[in-house]
Design a protein around this ligand. Structure first.
Ligand code: FES
Ligand SMILES: [Fe+2]
Length: 353
């Protein structure tokens, strides 16, 4: 892509050409965006097991990784340095990592500890026999990892806004896990997430809980924050004194981090959605839920998540069909309602993929 593809001025800009949503070449090229920070797990997920293979990350960027929590937490390669067996096949609790193929054993920091039948091997072990460590970032109780470099991300700025939530104290609720297959390109799922413009048309139930006129979108380097205001009397956050949004009834903070991660903060807790690209016309969406106050889960904007998801999938799948039309290539953005979508497309256009 080239930066000129999406005009910087939203009032003049045209949307992403439809080939980006349909063609294998474009799909393959865009895979490069998934090597930066990706959501791995919330701290509470270590309560049941100290070793967690990150299967969703393998589906996203092809890298088999492990989160290991001992005296410190590490993100390690999940591939044995002997002949390439995958080490942990499911979450487990262990003091060492032992390969099930020929018994090579690693400490929880990835250092090779023992290997049978290698006494006569020369120059063994060497650093190359340890498991590779990948970058790990802990932010508000959420772990992120990257397979290439440590890209800049707006962690501090977001923490000023959301830090009051004490997300690290939330509890993982596997009952909220979802794995949705969607017959649409992953970009369409993100585009749809980045605007509240469609709420009155597509989500009648959610529209009842949100004050549409008060819906705002803020764009920044690396993401978009949308803020849903509660209708009067509905459940809203208790904002501390001095908070930038003090005095407002906020029903939800919808945070998107480039390219595929959505963090939906509600008074009951946090719903994380991760979009996994599958093919030019298919993606998967994983839901993970972390609960602060289960009593609030039946109220307000955060109470109708499955209904909203079904409605979004319906509209996205119809748009995917529209993308193959000869009569459609590009549209225009609403300057007042589609700043988030425009911002995402500008980010993509600047990547020179
Ligand atoms: S592949 Fe792991 S010990 Fe052989
Ligand atoms: Fe929606």
């Amino acid at each position: 892509m080239s930066e000129s593809l999406i005009d910087e001025d939203i009032r003049k800009a045209r949307t992403l050409p439809s080939r980006y949503y349909t063609e294998q070449d474009e799909f393959d090229r865009l895979k490069a965006v998934f090597t930066g920070w990706q959501f791995a797990a919330h701290v509470s997920e270590f309560e049941a097991h100290n070793i967690r293979p990150l299967d969703h990350l393998e589906a996203i960027n092809g890298e088999s990784l492990l989160l290991v929590s001992g005296s410190e937490t590490f993100c390690l390669s999940n591939v044995c340095t002997h002949r390439g067996m995958r080490l942990a096949l499911e979450p487990c609790t262990k003091k060492t990592l032992q390969c099930r193929y020929h018994g090579r054993t690693f400490s929880l920091d990835g250092t090779l500890r023992h290997m049978p039948e290698f006494e006569q091997a020369i120059g063994f072990p060497s650093g190359a026999d340890n498991l590779r460590r990948f970058p790990l970032k802990r932010w508000m109780g959420l772990h992120f990892t990257a397979v290439e470099g440590e890209p800049k991300a707006p962690w501090e700025m977001l923490e000023q806004r959301l830090g009051f939530l004490d997300v690290a104290s939330y509890t993982y609720d596997p009952g909220r896990n979802r794995d949705h297959g969607v017959e649409a390109n992953w970009l369409l799922y993100v585009d749809n997430y980045l605007e509240g413009f469609h709420i009155p048309y597509v989500h009648p139930e959610l529209n009842q809980a949100l004050d549409y006129a008060g819906y705002t979108t803020e764009t920044f380097d690396g993401g978009v924050l949308q803020i849903g205001k509660a209708v009067e009397g509905d459940v809203a956050f208790d904002l501390p004194a001095g908070h930038p949004d003090e005095g407002q009834d906020i029903a939800a903070y919808y945070l998107w981090l480039f390219p595929n991660m959505m963090f939906n903060f509600y008074p009951w807790g946090l719903s994380v959605n991760v979009v996994i690209p599958v093919s030019p016309t298919q993606c998967r969406v994983l839901y993970r839920g972390y609960v602060k106050d289960a009593n609030l889960a039946g109220q307000g904007a955060g109470s109708v998540l499955d209904t909203v998801e079904d409605q979004d999938q319906w509209v996205i799948e119809e748009v995917q069909r529209g993308m193959t039309s000869r009569a459609y290539d590009r549209g225009r953005y609403s300057p007042t309602q589609e700043q988030g979508v425009h911002h995402f497309h500008r980010m993509l256009s600047r990547l020179h993929l």
